[in-house]
Design a protein around this ligand. Structure first.
Ligand SMILES: [Zn+2]
Length: 259
């Protein structure tokens, strides 16, 4: 989501769950859509002299090159990213990495975002310093991009937003949970843990970008959860780390008409 007047970016909170859910007051209303989280989007980002001297900023150029290199490697080699790109292409929304993926400096509370107005994925170069993190952001944001392409998603509609966040958490983030691979956990427990992961992750994503109450956000997520959790397109199965699922999904993609 994103943009200016009706800025509607959908930022992803970092895994540590430190989302920037600020107190809502009128002064910050303009930022209620997560607009402040992406300073480069409104050109307010300027390294300050004091920050350069402290070594905190001023290295954006190096970070950007590193980030773009990671993006390129994911696009070339990551099965899940390749699967999503094939799905987007066959849905009529092909990705040109130079046009649709942008490495930028962001607020440290987010790792990436999707800007539907520009149809661009933002990778936070100052946060996603590892290839695995870049892959996670790309896969997650490509789910939003896919939903926007396929469903004409309205990111200002809370139910739409909750739904696409549930899908992104379900198909990417929560599939990497270690609980999946713990052999001693019962299937029922794993299933419950996975659903809890999806709800929690979706909740933080929604709260990071909308200044609404937690209780209200939980209600909306619960309402749309059954339908959105069951919607496995375009990956067809949840990804599991250290399993062949990623590769299988990529291999199967051609059967779904994504190649
Ligand atoms: Zn998201």
């Amino acid at each position: 989501m994103t943009n200016s007047d009706n800025n509607t970016k959908s930022p992803e909170s970092q895994e540590n769950g430190t989302t920037s859910t600020k107190e809502s007051n009128t002064e910050e209303k303009k930022e209620a859509w997560g607009f402040d989280l992406y300073p480069e989007r409104r050109s307010t980002f300027k390294p300050t002299v004091s920050n350069i001297l402290l070594g905190r900023e001023g290295k954006e150029g190096i970070e950007k090159i590193k980030c773009e290199k990671n993006v390129y490697e994911c696009v070339k080699n990551s099965p899940i990213v390749k699967t999503m790109m094939a799905a987007l292409k066959s849905s009529g929304c092909p990705i040109d990495i130079r046009r649709h993926i942008s490495c930028e400096v962001c607020d440290y509370s987010v790792s990436g975002g999707y800007d539907p107005e520009m149809n661009q994925i933002v990778v936070c170069q100052n946060v996603c310093t590892k290839k695995s993190m870049v892959q996670g952001v790309l896969a997650h944001e490509m789910i939003h991009m896919f939903d926007y392409c396929r469903n004409e998603l309205n990111f200002k509609n809370m139910e739409h937003l909750a739904c696409t966040e549930i899908r992104a958490a379900n198909l990417t983030h929560c599939s990497f949970m270690s609980a999946w691979s713990q052999g001693d956990a019962s299937w029922t427990k794993i299933k419950q843990a996975h659903q809890d992961c999806v709800k929690t992750k979706a909740l933080y994503s929604v709260l990071a970008v909308r200044q609404i109450g937690k209780a209200e956000a939980v209600d909306i997520i619960e309402k749309v959860f059954p339908k959105c959790y069951a919607d496995m397109e375009p990956i067809g199965r949840r990804m599991r780390r250290n399993s062949e699922d990623m590769f299988r999904a990529y291999r199967d993609a051609s059967y779904y008409g994504y190649e």
